[in-house]
Design a protein around this ligand. Structure first.
Ligand code: LLP
Length: 418
């Protein structure tokens, strides 16, 4: 079911008309559907029913809003975090420390120490030296850090280069050829319980093939580690499942993903860990915006909306496609460019695209903005930080305020010696 659908000719989020949110909160604003989050969280979990022992750590980088985390915590999800800030959010949302996985290629010593102190569930080690330091820091606190070693399987995920992570030239993980020796050197360290391995080959994957190839390599690697006498109890298979951004995208069904996982991992006898991000939140959110002007253009007119690249960076960063729909579509179409107010040509959401006819003052949405949307927003051009709303049935709440440009200005100062 689509939780953003037309009711009496007007787009609603669940039972709340988007025009009401626009009137009461203003635009631009991100709108999330709690029931879409729950539905996806359950679909992903149900897909893995045949895969044995499973631990789900939602990759909170996709959407770290504390209300979103709260919904997912109630669905039994832990968190995959990549910074001290994300760790603090996961804990604040009520996720048990033991259910938190700390990933990230540049965890600082201070962040590692904080994680050890909070007794978070697992550290995903990215390089040998990090493992050594983690062990020392844990031993100094009289603790043992549970950890896995992230391996770079050298698999091409077949996605956008900027979000591919599993090729040997990428910065992530240790090379698979050296991983067994590194594992061997770290495994005996005081303060460290090195219990398995992790991989994550990329994001927005629309094909299960590269994932299966990577998982198979990791399966062989687990056998090699066991042959060397190591005890392997956990394998973290990362995230990466894609979602549909436009007609023609056919993302893997979580059930098919789960069946593939069950088949590839059936003899592993480990707890499988997953770090899904986009697949949980991507289609649970839209960016609601108002058309400021429709400006004549050389080929097509420019629809200038009040959302910009600072609010939704994906089109500017990755040439990403986000469907654009009028909140009250007339049924007529036009071909237009869609752009924001920021002073860069890159602040363009779509070119020569067939869209609903819109005019100045009309409301519209960018779809599939629930993942890597608000969290990547900035205040570029001294624009306010975009707010977020969560809808649940016929209720809604502002779950992140619009941060006014004046508030941001108030945190700056001119030194008195100037
Ligand atoms: N685990 C690790 C170690 C990751 O690096 C990521 C994403 C995930 C899990 C979650 O991946 P997902 O299930 O969401 O694909 N800003 C980009 C996406 C960057 C993804 C980075 N890592 C975008 O807007 O497309």
């Amino acid at each position: 079911m689509d939780h953003f659908a037309l009711v009496d000719g007007e787009l609603h989020c669940e039972a709340v008309p988007l025009s009401r949110i626009a009137a009461e909160v203003g635009t631009p604003v991100y709108v999330y559907s709690a029931n879409a989050l729950r539905t996806q969280a359950r679909r992903f979990r149900d897909g893995l029913k045949g895969a044995g022992r499973v631990h789900l750590a939602y990759a909170i980088k996709a959407n770290p809003n504390i209300a979103v985390l709260n919904v997912l915590a109630r669905e039994g999800y832990g968190a995959d975090v990549v910074s001290g800030g994300e760790m603090a959010r996961a804990l604040a949302a009520g996720m048990p420390a033991a259910d938190i996985v700390f990933s990230g290629v540049g965890k600082t010593r201070a962040e590692l120490s904080r994680g050890i102190g909070a007794e978070i569930g697992q550290f995903n080690i990215e390089l040998e030296e990090e493992g050594v330091v983690l062990a020392q820091l844990a031993a100094a606190q009289g603790k043992t850090a549970r950890a896995v070693l992230r391996v770079n399987p050298d698999v091409d995920a077949g996605t956008h280069a900027k979000i591919s992570t599993g090729k040997s030239e990428n910065k992530f993980g240790v090379p698979i050829a050296e991983a067994a020796d590194i594992f061997g050197r770290l495994a005996g360290l005081n303060g460290l319980n090195l219990r398995g391995v992790a991989i994550h080959i990329g994001s927005q994957l629309l094909d299960l093939g590269p994932l299966e190839a990577a998982y198979s390599r990791i399966g062989a690697f687990v056998s090699e580690l066991r042959a060397r006498g190591h005890t392997i109890t956990h394998v973290d298979l990362g995230g990466g499942l894609g979602v549909n951004y436009k007609a023609g995208d056919v993302p893997p069904d979580p059930a098919d993903f789960g069946a593939m996982v069950a088949r590839v991992t059936k003899d592993w006898d480990v707890t499988l860990m997953f770090e899904p991000g986009r697949v949980i939140t991507g289609n649970a959110g839209v960016l609601l915006t108002e058309v400021i002007w429709v400006k004549p253009g050389v080929t097509s007119p420019y629809v200038i909306v009040d959302a910009a690249m600072n609010d939704l960076a994906r089109p500017a960063l990755y040439d990403a496609w986000h469907d654009f729909e009028a909140v009250r579509p007339s049924g007529e179409c036009m071909v237009a460019n869609i752009a924001g107010p920021v002073c860069e040509t890159g602040d363009t959401f779509a070119r020569d695209r067939e869209i609903d006819v819109v005019k100045s003052g009309d409301l519209a949405i960018f779809r599939t903005a629930g993942a890597y949307g608000a969290t990547m927003a900035s205040t570029y051009n001294s624009r306010p930080l975009v707010p977020e709303v969560l809808v649940d049935g016929d209720r809604y709440a502002v779950v992140a305020d619009r941060i006014a440009a004046e508030t941001i200005l108030a945190a700056e100062r001119v030194p008195d010696w100037l």
